[in-house]
Design a protein around this ligand. Sequence first.
Ligand code: SF4
Ligand code: SF4
Length: 484
Amino acid sequence: MSTLLSHRYRRGEIHEFQASGAEFMYLVTAGAIFALDDATRHVLDLLGDGDMAHDDLVTALIGTGHSAVDAEGLVRELRIVRAIQSEQVIPAPGPTTPPADYPLQALVLNVTNQCNLACTYCYEFGADKIATPEGKPKYMTVETARASVDFLLASSGTREAVHITFFGGETLMNFKLLRDVVGYANEAAGAQGRRMTYSLTTNATLLTDEIIDFLSDNAVGVTVSMDGPAELQDKRRVYKSGKGSYAIIEPRLRALIARHRTRAVTARVTLTNGVTDVMRIYRHLKDDLGFHEVGFAPVTSSGEELEYSLDGDAMTGVLADFNALADEWLEYALRGQMHGFTNVSETISELISGTNKSHPCGAGLGLLGVSPSGDLSPCHRFTDADTHTLGHIDTGLDQVKREAFLDKGHVAAKYECQSCWARPLCAGGCHHEAFVRYGDTGHANLHYCDWIRQWTDRCLQIYGTLSEHNPEFLERFAARKGLS
Ligand code: SF4
Ligand code: SF4
């Protein structure tokens, strides 16, 4: 057996960054952020790209003014947080599947696969499925929805609160079902002394005052899929006739934002070719319409170069706009104010939580999708895709298929990600994008790695600046997001 004294050390997996003139390190194996003090800087410089024996490292530190006790203590601390690693580090284990009883946290109910719009980029008609699979229902029935509630409660272990997201198609085309499910689920969860929370995604075309009041009364979080002011919204978010949808949704959105009092109302923007003016879109949605939060999702996922997907130049432009909005997010935070750009807020939440993902998201883990027919899938994007059915609401989850999906999607199974410092947050990116682009859910989304790393670095800098100049804001932010 080797002793500590015989160890040779090298730098751990660290991403260094600067913020406000201070130095920080992001410890990749721990997903943790530390300020880089002079002593640590000195150790890292001594190690450089090579390695040193324990005794030589301690002797070098003593030679630069540390006491023997301090030098030993420093090396021990850096070893514990894995800022330095011994050569004898045990290699990380390969994928480990969750236990068969891994508790569910949320279900996404695709209450219909029908939509009253015909947005030209809709992934409902993506590479892995057809519009309405033959022989499968277009609308979820009450029986399937209620069985889904029972399944969620039975599969969520001891969790006190579980969540249902309503999704489509256009979700509100099946509002009748939605209303029934909320009543049933509240009762079923209440009978067990538990809570059910809700959210939904909609294109806003069918919102009425009655629906809005129902959503507000039941604290249903609402995300509206839209692309910005009329000129941009009407480019691709159109009716089957080709008519744009902005004029229809605008008054409905104003009513939604005015009447919905219990939860934040969020806009989710799909950035496509020609719809990339992030700043203008943000200003319109936040300042003109009054959304509480606005998030952006660039479309990069198509394997073929479709007319709407963003190329490298467009993505560079998007990153520049993201950075400008990130600067604004930071200015707000330094003044103690919340800002509505969710792309920063979500990453800061993950950094505060010390997120270190085994998988890119909860799909197949704490989250499952249910199709109108009751088929289970890893998430809403895979519903009605026969290639990724993980069982049925009546017969339960197929654990073998679930484990195969999770094994494939585990970050440890993605070769390229092993040497990437952004993997605690990215973990290879969306399983569905990987499937559409590479034909394999376990493939790392290598087409946007540089982009992800630059964006993650920017968010690290924001975190570092706040930890120096307004750490109370980070505490308040964590409390507000339920992270502390
Ligand atoms: S997909 Fe790319 S950015 Fe993401 S963890 Fe893997 S290598 Fe890093
Ligand atoms: S697989 Fe992709 S779309 Fe599905 S939950 Fe994960 S990130 Fe979202």
